[in-house]
Design a protein around this ligand. Sequence first.
Ligand code: FES
Length: 109
Amino acid sequence: MNAIELNIWTDLCGIDEVGEGEAKAFLIGPKRLCAVNDGQNFFVVDDLCTHGVAYLSEGYCDTEECVLECPLHGGLFDYRDGSAQGDPAEKPVRSYAVLVEGNRVKVKL
Ligand code: FES
């Protein structure tokens, strides 16, 4: 393993910092990320909606449909891959690879 591979994971939060079925925002430098705990896995996407100025972490997290609902206009995003799933959202939000190591959630930025 080389030095670059050693540094790809950035610590985001503890596994107990995001409740089951919840989404929560975290800041890493200039990035505001939305972490989702669906009860089995953690997922991380950009928190800012691509339709307007609203944070997905402040909307509804539906772990049955695997979507985040934007609190401003109700756009839907699949938190597993960031894809837009419902009007007026058209552009995806960026999604990030996640690694759970021990009790920490790490993200590849
Ligand atoms: S700002 Fe998110 S759907 Fe409009």
